[in-house]
Design a protein around this ligand. Sequence first.
Ligand SMILES: NC(=O)c1ccc[n+]([C@@H]2O[C@H](COP(=O)([O-])OP(=O)(O)OC[C@H]3O[C@@H](n4cnc5c(N)ncnc54)[C@H](O)[C@@H]3O)[C@@H](O)[C@H]2O)c1
Length: 249
Amino acid sequence: MTAPFRLDAKTALVTGGASGIGEATCRAFAAAGASVAIVDVNRPAAEALCRELPGSSVLTFDITEEAAVCQALATRQSLDILVNNAGIGLVGNVEETELGDFQRLFRVNVEGMFLVTKYALPLLVASHGSIVNIGSVAGLVGVKKRFAYCATKGAVVAMTRQLSVDYPTQIRVNCICPGTVDTPFVEGYLEKYHRNEKDRVRAELNQRQPIGRLGKPDEIANLALYLSTKAAEFITGSVITIDGGWTAA
Ligand SMILES: NC(=O)c1ccc[n+]([C@@H]2O[C@H](COP(=O)([O-])OP(=O)(O)OC[C@H]3O[C@@H](n4cnc5c(N)ncnc54)[C@H](O)[C@@H]3O)[C@@H](O)[C@H]2O)c1
Protein backbone atom coordinates (compact mmCIF):
# COMPACT_ATOMS: atom_id res chain seq x y z
CA MET A 1 0.00 0.00 0.00
CA THR A 2 1.30 3.49 -0.82
CA ALA A 3 1.49 6.14 1.89
CA PRO A 4 -1.58 8.41 1.88
CA PHE A 5 -1.43 12.04 0.82
CA ARG A 6 1.65 11.63 -1.40
CA LEU A 7 2.16 13.43 -4.71
CA ASP A 8 5.28 11.64 -5.96
CA ALA A 9 5.96 12.23 -9.67
CA LYS A 10 3.09 14.75 -9.85
CA THR A 11 3.42 18.28 -11.18
CA ALA A 12 1.52 21.14 -9.57
CA LEU A 13 1.03 24.83 -10.30
CA VAL A 14 0.06 27.18 -7.46
CA THR A 15 -0.98 30.76 -8.26
CA GLY A 16 -0.09 33.34 -5.62
CA GLY A 17 2.41 30.73 -4.46
CA ALA A 18 4.91 33.16 -2.95
CA SER A 19 2.96 34.17 0.17
CA GLY A 20 0.50 33.00 2.82
CA ILE A 21 -1.79 30.10 1.91
CA GLY A 22 -0.13 29.69 -1.51
CA GLU A 23 3.34 29.50 0.01
CA ALA A 24 2.19 26.93 2.59
CA THR A 25 0.60 24.93 -0.23
CA CYS A 26 3.83 24.95 -2.26
CA ARG A 27 5.70 23.73 0.82
CA ALA A 28 3.17 20.97 1.59
CA PHE A 29 3.06 19.76 -2.03
CA ALA A 30 6.87 19.73 -2.36
CA ALA A 31 7.17 17.81 0.93
CA ALA A 32 4.67 15.29 -0.47
CA GLY A 33 6.92 14.73 -3.50
CA ALA A 34 5.42 17.03 -6.14
CA SER A 35 7.31 19.30 -8.54
CA VAL A 36 5.75 22.69 -7.91
CA ALA A 37 5.57 25.69 -10.24
CA ILE A 38 5.26 28.82 -8.10
CA VAL A 39 3.25 31.48 -9.98
CA ASP A 40 3.36 35.00 -8.57
CA VAL A 41 3.84 38.64 -9.50
CA ASN A 42 6.30 38.91 -6.61
CA ARG A 43 9.42 37.47 -8.25
CA PRO A 44 11.89 37.93 -5.33
CA ALA A 45 9.57 36.12 -2.87
CA ALA A 46 8.84 33.35 -5.39
CA GLU A 47 12.54 32.85 -6.11
CA ALA A 48 13.42 32.77 -2.40
CA LEU A 49 10.81 30.04 -1.84
CA CYS A 50 11.94 28.16 -4.93
CA ARG A 51 15.49 27.92 -3.55
CA GLU A 52 14.07 26.09 -0.51
CA LEU A 53 11.92 23.59 -2.38
CA PRO A 54 13.63 20.85 -4.39
CA GLY A 55 12.12 20.35 -7.83
CA SER A 56 10.26 23.65 -7.79
CA SER A 57 10.30 26.41 -10.41
CA VAL A 58 9.13 30.02 -10.71
CA LEU A 59 6.73 31.50 -13.24
CA THR A 60 6.46 35.26 -12.86
CA PHE A 61 3.27 36.48 -14.46
CA ASP A 62 0.07 38.30 -13.62
CA ILE A 63 -2.89 35.91 -13.79
CA THR A 64 -5.05 38.70 -15.28
CA GLU A 65 -2.85 39.03 -18.40
CA GLU A 66 -4.26 36.58 -20.94
CA ALA A 67 -1.22 36.55 -23.23
CA ALA A 68 1.14 35.85 -20.31
CA VAL A 69 -1.07 33.09 -18.90
CA CYS A 70 -1.44 31.50 -22.33
CA GLN A 71 2.29 31.62 -23.03
CA ALA A 72 3.28 30.20 -19.62
CA LEU A 73 0.93 27.25 -19.95
CA ALA A 74 1.54 26.62 -23.66
CA THR A 75 5.20 25.82 -22.95
CA ARG A 76 4.39 23.18 -20.30
CA GLN A 77 4.55 19.49 -21.15
CA SER A 78 2.18 18.31 -18.42
CA LEU A 79 0.27 19.33 -15.33
CA ASP A 80 -1.49 17.18 -12.74
CA ILE A 81 -2.67 19.74 -10.18
CA LEU A 82 -3.74 23.38 -10.34
CA VAL A 83 -4.31 25.39 -7.18
CA ASN A 84 -6.05 28.67 -8.03
CA ASN A 85 -5.07 30.60 -4.94
CA ALA A 86 -4.00 34.13 -5.97
CA GLY A 87 -6.51 36.67 -4.73
CA ILE A 88 -6.90 40.15 -3.28
CA GLY A 89 -9.29 41.75 -0.79
CA LEU A 90 -11.23 44.98 -0.42
CA VAL A 91 -13.06 46.51 2.55
CA GLY A 92 -16.30 48.42 2.02
CA ASN A 93 -20.07 48.18 1.83
CA VAL A 94 -21.83 48.78 -1.50
CA GLU A 95 -21.92 52.58 -1.07
CA GLU A 96 -18.23 52.75 -0.21
CA THR A 97 -17.15 50.56 -3.13
CA GLU A 98 -15.79 52.40 -6.18
CA LEU A 99 -16.41 50.86 -9.59
CA GLY A 100 -12.69 50.70 -10.34
CA ASP A 101 -11.99 48.74 -7.14
CA PHE A 102 -14.93 46.41 -7.78
CA GLN A 103 -13.61 45.73 -11.29
CA ARG A 104 -10.05 45.22 -10.02
CA LEU A 105 -11.25 42.60 -7.54
CA PHE A 106 -13.19 40.77 -10.25
CA ARG A 107 -10.19 40.94 -12.57
CA VAL A 108 -7.90 39.17 -10.12
CA ASN A 109 -10.23 36.89 -8.13
CA VAL A 110 -12.55 35.83 -10.96
CA GLU A 111 -11.05 36.62 -14.39
CA GLY A 112 -7.58 35.51 -13.28
CA MET A 113 -8.97 32.19 -12.05
CA PHE A 114 -10.90 31.80 -15.31
CA LEU A 115 -7.83 32.46 -17.47
CA VAL A 116 -5.47 30.13 -15.62
CA THR A 117 -8.12 27.40 -15.58
CA LYS A 118 -8.89 27.86 -19.28
CA TYR A 119 -5.27 27.54 -20.41
CA ALA A 120 -4.39 24.77 -17.93
CA LEU A 121 -7.44 22.68 -18.77
CA PRO A 122 -6.08 20.70 -21.76
CA LEU A 123 -3.08 19.61 -19.64
CA LEU A 124 -5.31 18.71 -16.70
CA VAL A 125 -7.72 16.73 -18.86
CA ALA A 126 -4.76 14.85 -20.39
CA SER A 127 -3.47 13.91 -16.93
CA HIS A 128 -6.90 13.28 -15.39
CA GLY A 129 -5.91 16.04 -13.00
CA SER A 130 -7.31 18.08 -10.15
CA ILE A 131 -8.14 21.73 -9.52
CA VAL A 132 -8.41 23.27 -6.07
CA ASN A 133 -9.89 26.76 -6.02
CA ILE A 134 -9.34 28.90 -2.94
CA GLY A 135 -12.64 30.60 -2.17
CA SER A 136 -13.65 31.98 1.21
CA VAL A 137 -16.45 31.87 3.75
CA ALA A 138 -17.21 35.24 2.11
CA GLY A 139 -18.53 33.29 -0.87
CA LEU A 140 -21.04 31.47 1.33
CA VAL A 141 -22.28 33.99 3.89
CA GLY A 142 -22.43 37.77 4.05
CA VAL A 143 -19.41 39.35 5.70
CA LYS A 144 -19.82 42.93 6.89
CA LYS A 145 -18.12 45.57 4.70
CA ARG A 146 -16.90 43.05 2.13
CA PHE A 147 -19.37 43.75 -0.72
CA ALA A 148 -16.97 43.24 -3.64
CA TYR A 149 -14.95 40.49 -1.96
CA CYS A 150 -18.09 38.46 -1.16
CA ALA A 151 -19.24 38.85 -4.76
CA THR A 152 -15.96 37.55 -6.19
CA LYS A 153 -15.78 34.59 -3.81
CA GLY A 154 -19.39 33.68 -4.60
CA ALA A 155 -18.25 33.50 -8.23
CA VAL A 156 -15.39 31.19 -7.24
CA VAL A 157 -17.88 28.78 -5.66
CA ALA A 158 -20.08 28.95 -8.76
CA MET A 159 -17.15 28.40 -11.16
CA THR A 160 -16.08 25.35 -9.15
CA ARG A 161 -19.49 23.71 -9.31
CA GLN A 162 -19.98 24.58 -12.98
CA LEU A 163 -16.62 23.09 -14.02
CA SER A 164 -17.34 19.87 -12.16
CA VAL A 165 -20.57 19.52 -14.13
CA ASP A 166 -18.90 20.04 -17.54
CA TYR A 167 -15.94 17.69 -16.81
CA PRO A 168 -17.30 15.11 -14.36
CA THR A 169 -15.04 12.23 -15.40
CA GLN A 170 -12.05 14.11 -16.87
CA ILE A 171 -10.89 16.25 -13.93
CA ARG A 172 -11.81 16.86 -10.30
CA VAL A 173 -12.58 20.42 -9.19
CA ASN A 174 -13.10 21.47 -5.59
CA CYS A 175 -13.24 24.70 -3.63
CA ILE A 176 -11.82 25.40 -0.18
CA CYS A 177 -13.55 28.15 1.80
CA PRO A 178 -11.33 29.29 4.67
CA GLY A 179 -12.33 31.56 7.52
CA THR A 180 -9.76 34.19 8.51
CA VAL A 181 -6.23 32.84 8.10
CA ASP A 182 -3.09 34.34 9.59
CA THR A 183 -1.26 35.53 6.44
CA PRO A 184 0.28 38.77 5.11
CA PHE A 185 -3.17 39.39 3.53
CA VAL A 186 -4.61 39.93 7.04
CA GLU A 187 -1.56 41.88 8.23
CA GLY A 188 -1.93 44.15 5.18
CA TYR A 189 -5.59 44.73 6.07
CA LEU A 190 -4.71 45.64 9.68
CA GLU A 191 -1.95 47.99 8.53
CA LYS A 192 -4.17 49.72 5.94
CA TYR A 193 -7.44 50.08 7.85
CA HIS A 194 -6.60 49.78 11.56
CA ARG A 195 -3.02 50.92 12.04
CA ASN A 196 -3.66 52.39 15.51
CA GLU A 197 -5.91 49.66 16.86
CA LYS A 198 -4.39 46.46 15.52
CA ASP A 199 -4.65 44.49 18.79
CA ARG A 200 -8.35 45.28 19.24
CA VAL A 201 -9.19 44.37 15.64
CA ARG A 202 -7.00 41.26 15.74
CA ALA A 203 -9.03 40.11 18.77
CA GLU A 204 -12.24 40.73 16.79
CA LEU A 205 -10.87 38.73 13.87
CA ASN A 206 -10.08 35.84 16.23
CA GLN A 207 -13.66 35.90 17.53
CA ARG A 208 -15.17 35.58 14.04
CA GLN A 209 -14.15 31.94 14.29
CA PRO A 210 -16.13 30.35 17.17
CA ILE A 211 -13.02 28.28 17.86
CA GLY A 212 -11.42 31.58 18.97
CA ARG A 213 -8.40 31.94 16.72
CA LEU A 214 -7.30 32.50 13.13
CA GLY A 215 -6.56 29.57 10.86
CA LYS A 216 -2.96 28.71 10.03
CA PRO A 217 -1.78 28.64 6.40
CA ASP A 218 -0.57 25.05 6.94
CA GLU A 219 -4.07 23.95 7.89
CA ILE A 220 -5.46 25.19 4.57
CA ALA A 221 -2.48 23.77 2.67
CA ASN A 222 -3.01 20.31 4.16
CA LEU A 223 -6.65 20.31 3.00
CA ALA A 224 -5.50 21.36 -0.48
CA LEU A 225 -2.97 18.51 -0.36
CA TYR A 226 -5.61 15.95 0.62
CA LEU A 227 -7.98 17.14 -2.13
CA SER A 228 -5.17 16.79 -4.68
CA THR A 229 -4.28 13.18 -3.79
CA LYS A 230 -5.69 9.81 -4.79
CA ALA A 231 -7.34 9.59 -1.36
CA ALA A 232 -9.85 12.22 -2.52
CA GLU A 233 -10.73 10.55 -5.83
CA PHE A 234 -14.48 10.55 -5.06
CA ILE A 235 -14.56 14.26 -4.24
CA THR A 236 -15.47 16.67 -7.03
CA GLY A 237 -17.71 19.73 -7.21
CA SER A 238 -17.40 20.07 -3.44
CA VAL A 239 -17.21 23.31 -1.52
CA ILE A 240 -15.44 22.64 1.75
CA THR A 241 -15.31 25.07 4.67
CA ILE A 242 -12.32 25.24 6.99
CA ASP A 243 -13.31 28.08 9.26
CA GLY A 244 -13.20 27.22 12.97
CA GLY A 245 -16.98 26.91 12.98
CA TRP A 246 -17.78 30.33 11.45
CA THR A 247 -20.40 29.14 8.95
CA ALA A 248 -21.95 26.58 11.30
CA ALA A 249 -23.53 29.41 13.28
N1 LIG B 1 -6.00 35.17 4.64
C1 LIG B 1 -7.30 34.99 4.80
O1 LIG B 1 -7.88 35.29 5.85
C2 LIG B 1 -8.10 34.34 3.71
C3 LIG B 1 -9.35 33.81 4.05
C4 LIG B 1 -10.13 33.20 3.06
C5 LIG B 1 -9.65 33.14 1.77
N2 LIG B 1 -8.45 33.67 1.47
C6 LIG B 1 -8.01 33.58 0.08
O2 LIG B 1 -6.81 32.84 0.02
C7 LIG B 1 -6.03 33.28 -1.09
C8 LIG B 1 -4.63 33.58 -0.63
O3 LIG B 1 -4.70 34.53 0.41
P1 LIG B 1 -3.46 34.86 1.37
O4 LIG B 1 -4.05 35.32 2.64
O5 LIG B 1 -2.48 33.76 1.37
O6 LIG B 1 -2.89 36.14 0.55
P2 LIG B 1 -1.42 36.79 0.43
O7 LIG B 1 -1.67 38.23 0.13
O8 LIG B 1 -0.57 36.41 1.58
O9 LIG B 1 -0.84 36.07 -0.89
C9 LIG B 1 -1.42 36.24 -2.15
C10 LIG B 1 -0.33 36.07 -3.21
O10 LIG B 1 -0.96 36.22 -4.49
C11 LIG B 1 -0.12 37.02 -5.30
N3 LIG B 1 -0.94 37.67 -6.33
C12 LIG B 1 -1.88 38.64 -6.11
N4 LIG B 1 -2.41 39.03 -7.28
C13 LIG B 1 -1.79 38.31 -8.25
C14 LIG B 1 -1.91 38.26 -9.67
N5 LIG B 1 -2.75 39.08 -10.31
N6 LIG B 1 -1.14 37.38 -10.36
C15 LIG B 1 -0.26 36.58 -9.72
N7 LIG B 1 -0.10 36.58 -8.37
C16 LIG B 1 -0.85 37.44 -7.65
C17 LIG B 1 0.53 38.01 -4.35
O11 LIG B 1 1.72 38.55 -4.89
C18 LIG B 1 0.76 37.13 -3.12
O12 LIG B 1 2.04 36.51 -3.16
C19 LIG B 1 -6.79 34.47 -1.70
O13 LIG B 1 -7.54 34.03 -2.80
C20 LIG B 1 -7.69 34.92 -0.57
O14 LIG B 1 -8.85 35.58 -1.03
C21 LIG B 1 -7.65 34.28 2.41
